[in-house]
Design a protein around this ligand. Structure first.
Ligand SMILES: *Cc1c(COP(=O)(O)O)cnc(C)c1O
Ligand SMILES: [Zn+2]
Length: 393
């Protein structure tokens, strides 16, 4: 029986240690995100590249480096284990020898938010939470609603009123209580913060809860395994709150500590929308924190995050990796959706397609070179964004 090797939580900013087996949100000392810490020597004794061959495909195969202690508390809909698809025709069009798309649209609820919510809901239930609330730009809401339904817990969802219709409909069908807010995800978060104590809600906001990050971290483990225990040269990742990017970066360090990979790292590139690009702006200004992006607007709802609590973690990972940050227009990402679709058979979310538009620019500028093995993360399915294509029909 494999079990969690979680030891404690440590603040990602000031380092203060927190006890892990208690429901909590951010650092009690400085208010920044908490990160799970594991006994990696013990984890590595049973979790090995060899042992993984015999395990199932869902992300629970990495149980030793996940926070859920009792397997009976795992809430699963079959998350993780998505394909890494080599795309030779698209690679040739872009001017690369090797390009892969990690297709996260195949997760339950059709986005990679399932990874984070599967782990966070399981852990919240294990620690006694019963009423879960989340501010969401769309896909996190659907994922929380689904996993809460599976777990038998209540979900309280706060989304902007112009969130894609699929997200609103799915949440209601999962039995969640949905409140639509005139404003952005930041306004939704503020509403939850105001009411949570009185309502008895546990706040599941991204990086304000320690364990969604752990679920998303499994992207990094899967990627290394699918590339034969190596990492690519370049990763493009559509970034909103940053959990996916920061999670992968943690996974690489854990794998190195367990001796599975060396010290080399991919160059990580954040892709955002021109109408909401706080990380791009901060990266190019040389800042370590990102100011709130004014009048955030983009149809790629997952990228409509004007302010992220994990900004310093995102910016640090981009710089430590030697990568960068770039913004793409909505028109370019919608056009790129069709280019990915017609040359690969994957119907990407606009957020994922944005990475193709960004990659073309990086190749044409010589930042990414032909021989560099490149991976794009398609974080969700285009089927959840049909209204983006109304004008184009
Ligand atoms: C949430 C979301 C993102 C952004 O992910 P983060 O890990 O929060 O940066 C990108 N694409 C889609 C489809 C999303 O739902
Ligand atoms: Zn702290």
């Amino acid at each position: 029986m494999t079990s969690s090797c979680l030891t404690h939580l440590a603040c990602t900013s000031c380092g203060v240690r927190h006890e892990a087996d208690r429901l909590q949100n951010v650092c009690l000392s400085c208010g920044k995100p908490l990160g799970a810490q594991y006994d990696l020597a013990r984890a590595g004794a049973t979790l090995t590249p060899d042992s993984l061959r015999a395990r199932g495909h869902s992300l629970w195969r990495y149980a030793e480096v996940l926070p859920v202690r009792d397997a009976g508390h795992r809430v699963s809909l079959g998350e993780g284990g998505t394909p890494l698809l080599r795309c030779d025709r698209l690679a040739a069009e872009v001017g690369l020898d090797e390009l892969h798309i990690k297709d996260e649209g195949l997760n339950p609820t059709a986005s990679f938010k399932a990874r984070g919510m599967a782990v966070a809901v399981s852990r919240a239930r294990e620690l006694g939470a019963t009423r879960l609330a989340v501010p969401s730009a769309g896909n996190a809401a659907g994922a929380l609603a689904a996993y809460a339904a599976r777990a038998g817990l209540e979900a309280f969802i706060f989304m902007p009123e112009d969130t894609p219709r699929a997200n609103v409909v799915e949440c209601r069908q999962y039995g969640a209580r949905v409140t639509l807010i005139r404003g952005l995800i930041t306004d939704c978060g503020a509403e939850i913060a105001r009411r949570k104590a009185a309502e008895g809600w546990f706040d599941m906001a991204t990086l304000k809860e320690p364990y969604r990050l752990e679920g998303k971290k499994t992207l990094g483990y899967e990627l290394a395994e699918q590339l034969g225990w190596s990492l690519p040269d370049v990763i493009l990742y559509p970034t909103g709150g940053g959990t996916g990017l920061v999670g992968m970066w943690r996974a690489f360090d854990e794998m190195e500590a367990m001796g599975w990979i060396g010290s080399g790292r991919p160059r990580m590139f954040t892709v955002q929308a021109e109408g909401c690009a706080p990380m791009v702006r901060a990266f190019h200004a040389g800042e370590t924190r990102a100011a709130e992006f004014p009048n955030a607007r983009t149809r790629a709802s997952g990228l409509r995050v004007p302010k992220a609590i994990g900004d310093f973690l995102i910016l640090r990972a981009l710089r430590d990796s030697g990568g960068g940050a770039l913004a793409v227009s909505d028109e370019a990402m919608i056009a790129a959706t069709g280019e990915v679709g017609s040359s690969t058979g994957i119907f990407p979310a606009p957020e994922g397609a944005a990475c193709l538009a960004a990659l073309r620019r990086l190749v044409s500028e010589g930042v990414v070179r032909r021989g560099e093995r490149t991976v794009i993360f398609n974080t969700g399915s285009g089927l959840k964004y049909l209204e983006c294509f109304d004008a184009a029909e």
